[in-house]
Design a protein around this ligand. Structure first.
Ligand code: FES
Ligand code: FES
Length: 153
C-alpha cells in the first residue's frame, strides 16, 4: 500500500508521520509517535482503553484511521498532564482508584471530558459518561467516588 504523510498537533506539538492508509490512530500514536498512554485492549471499540481527544472530543483511537486525524489535534493523557497531575488525577491517586491501571488513561480522559461539559454531574451522569470504559479490577466505585470528590472541591 502507498504510504502517505499526515500532520497533526499532538499534545501541543506539530508532528508529521508516514502512515499506511489502513493504520489506526492508536497504533500510530504508540508505535510511530512514542505516545504510550493509549492502550490496545479489545481493538474493536468496546473497552475504551485507547481513548484520546481528537479535535476536542474523545474517540476510540482503535476505530479511527490515522489519516482521519490529518490536520487535526490529538490530546492524550501525556498532554493533559504535561504541567503536572490535574485535580482529577490527584483525586484518583488519593482514593487509590486504580489497581493494574490499564484502564486509567482512558478513564481519566473520559472523566475529563465529562467535567469540561458538566462540572457537577450526578452519579448517573458519571456512570453514563464512563459506560464505554471498562475496568476489570476495581468495581468502578473508587473511580466514581474520585470524580464526585473533585466536583465537591
Ligand atoms: S482498544 Fe479501542 S475500544 Fe478497546
Ligand atoms: S484498574 Fe485494572 S482495568 Fe481498571
Amino acid at each position: 500500500m502507498t504510504k502517505t504523510t499526515i500532520q497533526l498537533k499532538l499534545n501541543g506539538i506539530q508532528r508529521r508521520v508516514d502512515v499506511e492508509p489502513n493504520d489506526v490512530l492508536v497504533d500510530v500514536l504508540r508505535d510511530k509517535l512514542g505516545v504510550k498512554s493509549p492502550k490496545v485492549g479489545c481493538d474493536r471499540g468496546d473497552c475504551g482503553t485507547c481513548t484520546v481527544f481528537l479535535n476536542g472530543r474523545t474517540v476510540r483511537s482503535c476505530l479511527v484511521l490515522a489519516v482521519e486525524a490529518d490536520g487535526g489535534e490529538v490530546m492524550t493523557l501525556e498532554g493533559i498532564s504535561q504541567n503536572g497531575p490535574t485535580k482529577l488525577q490527584k483525586s484518583f491517586v488519593e482514593r487509590s482508584s486504580f489497581q493494574c491501571g490499564f484502564c486509567a488513561p482512558g478513564m481519566v480522559l473520559s472523566a475529563t471530558e465529562l467535567l469540561q461539559n458538566n462540572p457537577h454531574p450526578r452519579r448517573a451522569e458519571i456512570q453514563e459518561a464512563l459506560a464505554g470504559n471498562l475496568c476489570r479490577c476495581t468495581g468502578y466505585s473508587p473511580i466514581i467516588e474520585a470524580i464526585e470528590a473533585v466536583c465537591k472541591k
